[in-house]
Structures are given as structure tokens and as C-alpha cells.
Design a protein around this ligand. Structure first.
Ligand SMILES: [Zn+2]
Length: 452
């Protein structure tokens, strides 16, 4: 319609111009092949215009004819693209509904119209997973790696698959690829450093945690704790291997980052006892006790001092107690050694207030022994022993993920391979729910699958 109006305006302008020219110009004549032609100059101009216009229209027609296949092709491409996208959205909705048959149908349509699109690969992979065809899923995830935008999604799919197969080596290799692409992704950092730790690759574990901290993927305090855990384990292993210098560096770093982390303090004390003598070890343990008392420090302290016999032990424990006389554990250790030294009245004074303040397995066992030493009734002694059994035993390390007990501390639980899950018995009440590595991996798989 608009074009017609435009054309009519053009025509009107041409006619108007011709009429004006006819009225305002004179005749002109020219000789063509011996014949003299006389005509109005305006009319001649009009004829010229018409000829030019016809030539222009012919040119347009020819051009449209020449362009026809290209235009048709473009139109066809657009149609294919539209149909492909349509199939992908239908397929995604079928996947969400868990309809494998429809998803498969739509994925084939998408393949037909949008074979090279990463979205097609994604939907084909997810459909294959729904149908239980892992190989086909992997092929599609691998194809996604070629597309810069979709590579991470492809990696995520492959990681999920490797985790499901339980292929640790492949999972780790793929996670490193993912870390390169997206170093700020929490699940990549978290899963990767735990897998490296489970294999005892401490340098790699540290590097990933450090990177996670500088990229702010890991909280600063959390990262410090993780590093202290790794360094404490590293120091233990270096000490056993006879690499004293490396052990010392690692232990000092652990203590510096987490002064209240007992395994770090204990390995440093062990090291000092071997290299610098018992005095240095005792001093380190006094500093540790001042920072935060721990039942294992008492044992290590007595060992460092070579304290033997109830009297020597009481003297040593009293020195520790005086460093943190406010702490319930100071009172418990003091009461126990007073009892062993036969100072019953003093023991009663140290232990009784703890019944309300810090009840524990060890406290009630000490109170039962005290009642026995005081010549208390069998009934009273039994009641205290029964009370002791109400509290979890607090004389070993146990894993908060698999609940297994361990005589020695390890950064990674020897049973379930979880990182930093070993807690001293008395800390049981503070336990958070820390899943075992396998559960954690299964959790990551579920999370990744839920996210598509
Ligand atoms: Zn465990």
C-alpha cells in the first residue's frame, strides 16, 4: 500500500515536471539517419525519464531473479533454526517431566535442524542419560567442549558421569579442566581439593585451597583451618620420613594459622622434643594449653617432662592448670591427678563443681573413683558410673562422617576418606553434620543433575 502511494507520488511528480517543461520550453529538432525530427524539448525529457525508469525496473527484476536462490536458502535456514529451537524447548520440557520417549523424539528433531548447536548436544546428552545410555551422553558432552560458551556445561556433564562411575582419576583430571575455565566455582574447588587430599597429594591440595582463598571461593577462616589441617598431616608424614626441616616448617605454619588446632600443636611438640629437647616441647605445650586446653596436651606434656609417679604428675598438671585456671579441663585434669596422688579433699574441691559446669564421661568416672577412694556406698559409686555411661567416651578420635573411632588423628579419615572430620571425643557435641567423601560426591552428583 505504502509502495503504491509512493509510486503514484513519483508518477505525479514526473507528469508535473513534463507538463511544466512542455509549457515552458521550445521545440527542438535533430536529424536522425537523414530524417529531421522536431519535438518539444519537455516531451523529449519525459521520454528519456520513462526510458531510464523502465531500465531501472528491468534491473530490479533481474536482480530479484538472480538473488532468488540465496533468499530462499536464507528463509530455509531461518525455518530450520526456528524448528530446531522449538524442538529443543519441547525436549527440555519433556526432560523436566521425565518423558524419555518425547525427549528422544525432540532431540532427534533438534539434531536434524540444529546439529551443531551446543544446546542440541546438551538435550541429546540429557536424553541419553534418561535412557541410561552413558556412552551417548559422554559423546554429546565431549562435543560441547568444542564450543567456548558450552564447554563448562560439557565438562560438568562429564564430571558427573565420571563421579557416578567412581572413576577418581578421570574426575580429578576433568575437575582441573573445569578449574581452568571457571576458577571461581565453589563445587569445583571444594570437590577437587577433597579428592586430592583423599589421595594424600598435599601440595596439590594446598595449591587448590590457596587459589580458592585468593579467589574468595573459600571463606578466609575456613581456608586457614583447611591449610592448618593439611600442614599438620604433612608435618606428621615429614617427621616419620625423617625430613625434620620440612616437618618443622609445616607444623609451624599449622600452629600459626590455627593456634587452637590440637593436631598441629601436638606434632610441633613432638618435633621439638626430638630436635630441641624436652624443655622446648614442654614450653610449646604450655603455650598451646594457654591458647586452648586439650586432653592430649596433658599426656604429651607429662611425656615431654618424663614425669612419673603421682606426685611428679600432680606437680606438672598443677603447672598447666595455673596457666588456665578458669578452664573446666584444667580443673578436671587437676582433680584427676589430685585423686591419683591421694589428695582426696582437694580432688573433691576440683571435681564436684564440674558436675553442672562441664559434665562428661571422664568426669563421672573420676567422681566414681573418688567416691570409691572416700569409702562411699556401692550404690553411690554405681550411680556415678551409670551417669558416666550417659556421655560419649572422650578418649579417642572419631569421625563425624562415618562415626569410626581412630587411635591417632588423620587429616583424612582412614575409613571413609573424608577430609577434616576427625574430632576428639569430647567435641562430639559440637559436631556438625559432615558427610563422608563418597556421600559428598553423591551429593555433588545429585546437585549437578538437578541443575541440568
Ligand atoms: Zn570417616
Amino acid at each position: 500500500m505504502l509502495r503504491l502511494i509512493f509510486f503514484l507520488i513519483q508518477l505525479a511528480l514526473v507528469v508535473a515536471a513534463a507538463l511544466w517543461l512542455t509549457a515552458n520550453t521550445q521545440d527542438m529538432s535533430l536529424v536522425v539517419m537523414g530524417t529531421r525530427i522536431t519535438m518539444n524539448a519537455g516531451l523529449a525529457a519525459l521520454m528519456l525519464l520513462i526510458v531510464v525508469w523502465i531500465l531501472f525496473q528491468v534491473f530490479r527484476l533481474v536482480k530479484a531473479f538472480v538473488d532468488l536462490p540465496a533468499n530462499q536458502r536464507k528463509q530455509r535456514e531461518e525455518n530450520k533454526h526456528r524448528r530446531g529451537l522449538d524442538a529443543i524447548s519441547k525436549g527440555l520440557s519433556a526432560l523436566a517431566a521425565g518423558d524419555a520417549k518425547e525427549a528422544s523424539k525432540q532431540s532427534k528433531v533438534a539434531q536434524k535442524y540444529l546439529a551443531k548447536s551446543p544446546l542440541t548436544h546438551l538435550i541429546s546428552a540429557q536424553t541419553a542419560l534418561l535412557e541410561g545410555d552413558s556412552d551417548k551422553a559422554d559423546q554429546n558432552f565431549i562435543a560441547m567442549l568444542e564450543d567456548q560458551q558450552a564447554a563448562f556445561m560439557g565438562l560438568r556433564g562429564l564430571i558427573t558421569q565420571a563421579m557416578k562411575r567412581g572413576d577418581r582419576a578421570e574426575t580429578v583430571a576433568l575437575l582441573y579442566e573445569a578449574l581452568k575455565l571457571r576458577p571461581k566455582t565453589f563445587w569445583v574447588v571444594d570437590t577437587l581439593f577433597r579428592l586430592e587430599a583423599a589421595q594424600g597429594h598435599w601440595n596439590e591440595t594446598l595449591a587448590i585451597i590457596e587459589q580458592g582463598r585468593s579467589n574468595r571461593v573459600l571463606d578466609k577462616k575456613q581456608a586457614q583451618r583447611f591449610i592448618a589441617v593439611v600442614q599438620a598431616q604433612n608435618a606428621r608424614e615429614q617427621l616419620i620420613a625423617g625430613n625434620e626441616k620440612a616437618a618443622r616448617t609445616a607444623a609451624q605454619r599449622a600452629v600459626q594459622l590455627a593456634p587452637d588446632f590440637a593436631p598441629g600443636q601436638l606434632v610441633l611438640a613432638d618435633l621439638l622434643r626430638q630436635s630441641d629437647g624436652p624443655e622446648a616441647a614442654a614450653k610449646a605445650l604450655q603455650r598451646a594449653w594457654k591458647q586452648q586446653p586439650h586432653p592430649l596436651y596433658t599426656f604429651a606434656y607429662l611425656q615431654a617432662l618424663g614425669a612419673e609417679g603421682p606426685r611428679a604428675i600432680l606437680d606438672a598438671v598443677t603447672a598447666l592448670h595455673d596457666l588456665r585456671s578458669d578452664h573446666a579441663l584444667s580443673k578436671l585434669e587437676l582433680g584427676r591427678s589430685q585423686l591419683a596422688a591421694g589428695e582426696l579433699e582437694a580432688a573433691r574441691g576440683s571435681l564436684t563443681p564440674l558436675e553442672n559446669r562441664a559434665p562428661s564421661h571422664r568426669l563421672f568416672r573420676a567422681l566414681a573413683s573418688l567416691a570409691e577412694a572416700e569409702g562411699g556406698s556401692l550404690e553411690a559409686i554405681n550411680a556415678l558410673q551409670a551417669k558416666a555411661s550417659l556421655y560419649p567416651r572422650d578418649d579417642a578420635w572419631s569421625c563425624s562422617a562415618c562415626q569410626d573411632e581412630h587411635q591417632a588423628w588423620h587429616a583424612v579419615c582412614p575409613t571413609c576418606e573424608s577430609f577434616d572430620t576427625l574430632v576428639w571425643g569430647s567435641d562430639l557435641a559440637d559436631r556438625e553434620n559432615r558427610p563422608a567423601l563418597e556421600q559428598r560426591l553423591a551429593g555433588s552428583v545429585a546437585l549437578l543433575e538437578a541443575g541440568g
